[in-house]
Design a protein around this ligand. Structure first.
Ligand SMILES: NC(=O)c1ccc[n+]([C@@H]2O[C@H](COP(=O)([O-])OP(=O)(O)OC[C@H]3O[C@@H](n4cnc5c(N)ncnc54)[C@H](O)[C@@H]3O)[C@@H](O)[C@H]2O)c1
Ligand SMILES: O=c1ccn([C@@H]2O[C@H](COP(=O)(O)OP(=O)(O)O[C@H]3O[C@H](CO)[C@@H](O)[C@H](O)[C@H]3O)[C@@H](O)[C@H]2O)c(=O)[nH]1
Length: 440
């Protein structure tokens, strides 16, 4: 099948590469010529394990190419995927400007009957709106079919998720279109859920909202555990063994971030509001998350009597989670500016996200890709991302390098028994605090 993919962000790039890997001939189109230039040379524009090899292999086999010109990729395509961003508007709703522009680009360039597949996360009703927009603007008498094929990949494991996903959801306007898409996806060997378009659009938002709910739920339980002397990790283990609950997404911490959960939960609240439905549960999920992101700051202030002026602070992790250089909605973007505002001198460590962080956090803080460098002479440490380098660290490093070994861990990186053995003062989430004087 000849396929065009519009947008080479996380989703467009991984989709295009994966479709070429399973034998389709794919042209990836992006309006950003610098991305196209790098990708055409086989250099990935995002950090994603396993992606570089696949890009190089499929460029080499002739199945994959990149262009910044819609007229080079669209006229020949039988199927066009839209995978552009749907960021959050100021009122929380999804911004459809990029999807609408992609529709106009399609309308201006198609010369044959096509199926347009929307991979971007879009509110219910968008697929039909986009089909109508294309039909209104195309000059040629071509037949346009539309299908919703939401994406479920996670950053940091996008390639693995694409080739070993739990399901592929296809919402098509008729059985023939649904079957063509099922055939395109057959080599992935993943269960396919065929449904109507509105349900497919809703499956995506509901899945993200449910996962976000699980996280806020366990974070709320963690906060209760702290007041009641229980340990949230024990609680999550005991709950997760019930197969109706399941062990995943029950890791308490500093709150969810990333390019999807925050914006998609807000968009679903807005979408519900448009249908005169007050989504109170999801509103609480969002509120719990907002509070969770500043919880460590409260712990820090309470430990230092509200005064951290002039203190040197090692912040470990900038990315919203490990194995990505993405900072979108990272708790680091909430906590670091507050630490700076309170007069702290921040030195931030991240193994791969420093370049992206500099663009957003500027020069008011120091940066390092060396974990030990950040710890040197620090008055206290704040762990924001559970990078493996941080998790694997020998805890003696904190006493060896820091002025005082005081650690606020937003990701529960360390076993409390190990912490007990090391002489560090340790505050984590939903677990008993460990101070050196308690040892023994
Ligand atoms: N990032 C994820 O992990 C993830 C996972 C599942 C679903 N999603 C959803 O997928 C969509 C895309 O997300 P993303 O993170 O890949 O987005 P992104 O913002 O990282 O990338 C979008 C790309 O599209 C390009 N673009 C915009 N308009 C264009 C046009 N008219 N023609 C050609 N190129 C154009 C941009 O230059 C950019 O490179 C969103 O709706 C998102 O919610 C994202
Ligand atoms: O038990 C958990 C699991 C995750 N998180 C946090 O939740 C956020 C999101 O994590 P994750 O879901 O792994 O990353 P994303 O790449 O944002 O992926 C989510 O968002 C994508 C975009 O819609 C979807 O495609 C994926 O299925 C969905 O998992 C991160 O801040 C994590 O630290 C927790 O705090 N506790």
């Amino acid at each position: 099948m000849k396929i065009a993919v519009i947008g080479t962000g996380y989703v467009g790039l991984v989709t295009g590469v994966a479709l070429s890997e399973i034998g389709h001939v794919v042209t990836c189109i992006d309006v950003d010529p610098s991305k196209v230039e790098r990708l055409s040379k086989g250099i990935p524009t995002i950090y994603e394990p396993g992606l570089e090899e696949l890009i190089k292999k499929n460029i080499g086999s002739g199945n994959l190419r990149f262009t910044s010109e819609h007229q080079k990729g669209l006229p020949d395509a039988e199927v066009v995927y839209i995978a552009v961003g749907t960021p959050q508007r100021a009122d929380g709703a999804a911004n459809l400007d990029y999807v609408e522009q992609a529709a106009l680009d399609i309308a201006a360039n198609i010369k044959r009957d096509i199926i347009v597949v929307i991979k971007s996360t879009v509110p219910v009703g968008t697929n039909f709106h986009i089909r109508n927009l294309i039909n209104q603007h195309t000059m040629n008498s071509v037949r346009v079919k539309i299908a919703s094929n939401p994406e479920f990949l996670r950053e940091g494991s996008a390639v693995e998720d694409t080739f070993h996903g739990d399901r592929i959801v296809i919402g098509a306007e008729d059985a023939e279109t649904g079957e063509i898409l099922a055939q395109i996806n057959k080599p992935f060997n993943t269960p396919i859920v065929k449904t109507d378009i509105s349900s497919a659009e809703m499956i995506k938002y509901s899945s993200n909202a449910f996962l976000a709910t699980k996280i806020s739920f366990i974070n709320e339980i963690a906060n209760l555990c702290e007041s009641m002397g229980a340990n949230v990790e024990e609680v999550a283990k005991g709950m997760g063994l019930d197969h109706r609950i399941g062990p995943d997404f029950l890791k308490a911490g500093i709150g969810y971030g990333g390019s999807c959960f925050p914006k998609d939960t807000n968009a679903l609240v807005q979408l519900a509001g448009n249908a005169n439905h007050e989504f109170n549960l999801l509103k609480s999920v969002i509120e719990v998350n907002n509070n969770q992101q500043v919880l460590l700051l409260h712990k820090i202030l309470s430990r230092f009597g509200d005064d951290i002026q002039g203190k040197r602070v090692a912040v470990l992790g900038l990315a919203f989670k490990p194995n990505t250089d993405d900072l979108r909605e990272s708790p680091a973007l909430v906590i670091i500016p507050k630490l700076v505002e309170l007069g702290a001198n921040v030195i931030a460590y991240d193994p791969i996200a420093v370049n992206n962080a500099k663009k957003q956090l500027g020069t008011e803080i120091g940066y390092t890709e060396d974990f030990t460098e950040a710890l040197k002479n620090a008055d206290f440490t704040v762990i924001i991302t559970d990078w493996s380098e941080v998790k694997k660290a020998n805890l003696s490093i904190y006493s060896q390098l820091m002025k005082e070994p005081i650690v606020f861990d937003g990701r529960n990186c360390y076993d409390l028994n190990e912490v007990k053995k090391a002489t560090i003062e340790y505050y984590s989430i939903g677990r008993p605090d460990q101070a050196p004087e308690l040892i023994g």
